[in-house]
Write a protein that binds this ligand. Structure first.
Ligand code: C2E
Ligand code: MG
Ligand code: MG
Ligand code: MG
Length: 284
């Protein structure tokens, strides 16, 4: 009876809720400490030309090198970084890191001057006032060719179809960078925004590539995205290619580029350097 009555009353002190709040505060403090203590690292996953499997670029993917827990993937800390706003300084750090790395590769390997580096931009970063100026500063400071930088944004961000979204996208494009829509096909957006927004690349979400040879309709959806890209003169990149069958099907559908474990997993910058020396064997 006491339990039932308690549930109806507004509890001033709920130990469970208190524990949740404390845990979130601790997590947040730990994340801030990690940024200050340089515990984050950027890994890079190759993006290849599908017909030849040659390297055309890399995607920068952040990891947390935790002193006790080892290497932690972004899915476990990006949501908290987003909700606390820490994604703004973290994302800025990732971009600077990626640009410095690209500049170093270009200085050492002639092949690197032909590749691009993709960097993910979260919605929260996009809403941040000084974003465009900060990116301009990082580009100028590192001296990279802006055309070699691709910013990946999500469909959900484009659904906020406001004047300020269009304005920010336009100012980013004016810096010379390219824009990709990440995880394309997973949002509930209308296609009309593709015409209005200055995007260059569509990344076909891994969920469609997964079932491309097995799930009814997935190949049709992937093909529709490729056709749409062609009609609008956008490049298409397929994410999450794991099998030779998926690779071959995507080529049949006319998809130009891809990335996935079949070609390479995300790895440290040194692994990309071995490919850029031109001596690495082509994956088959
Ligand atoms: P994303 O941008 O869609 O990145 C692709 C994710 O798919 C990466 O996961 C990559 O490791 C994974 N992947 C690539 N190929 C395969 C494959 O063949 N099979 C499977 N199963 N997975 C594959 P990761 O590194 O865990 O990143 C997850 C997400 O975290 C990213 O998804 C992105 O949304 C976010 N993220 C990563 N780094 C950053 C960052 O610096 N800033 C922001 N805002 N978000 C980031
Ligand atoms: Mg991405
Ligand atoms: Mg993606
Ligand atoms: Mg994805």
């Amino acid at each position: 009876a006491a339990k039932g009555a308690g549930r109806d009353r507004y509890a001033l002190f709920d130990p469970a809720m208190y524990a949740d709040i404390m845990r979130e505060a601790e997590d947040r403090a730990e994340l801030e400490g990690a940024l200050a203590g340089q515990e984050f690292v950027v890994h890079y996953q190759p993006i290849v030309d599908l017909p030849t499997s040659r390297l055309i670029g890399v995607e920068a993917l952040v990891r947390w090198q935790h002193p006790e827990r080892g290497l932690i993937g972004p899915n476990t800390f990006i949501p908290l970084a987003e909700s606390t706003g820490l994604i703004v300084p973290l994302g800025r750090w990732v971009l600077r890191q990626a640009c410095e790395q690209l500049a170093a590769w270009c200085a050492e390997f002639p092949l690197a001057r032909g590749i691009r580096v993709n960097v993910n931009l979260s919605a929260r970063q996009f809403q941040h006032e000084g974003l465009v100026e900060e990116i301009a500063g990082i580009l100028a400071g590192t001296g990279v060719n802006p055309h070699q930088i691709v910013l990946e944004i999500t469909e959900s961000l484009l659904m906020q179809d406001t004047d300020s979204t269009i304005d920010t996208l336009g100012r980013l494009k004016a810096l010379g960078v390219r824009l990709a829509i990440d995880d394309f096909g997973t949002g509930y957006s209308s296609l009309s925004y593709l015409k209005r927004f200055p995007v260059d690349i569509l990344k076909i979400d891994r969920s469609f590539v997964d079932g491309i040879d097995t799930v009814d309709g997935d190949a049709t959806l992937a093909e529709a995205v490729v056709q749409l890209g062609r009609a609008l003169q956008l490049q298409t990149v397929a994410e999450g290619i794991e099998t030779a069958e998926q690779w071959s099907t995507l080529q049949d559908l006319g998809c130009e580029f891809g990335q996935g474990y079949l070609f390479a997993r995300p790895g440290a910058a040194a692994e990309i350097a071995t490919i850029l020396t031109g001596t690495a064997a082509d994956p088959d």
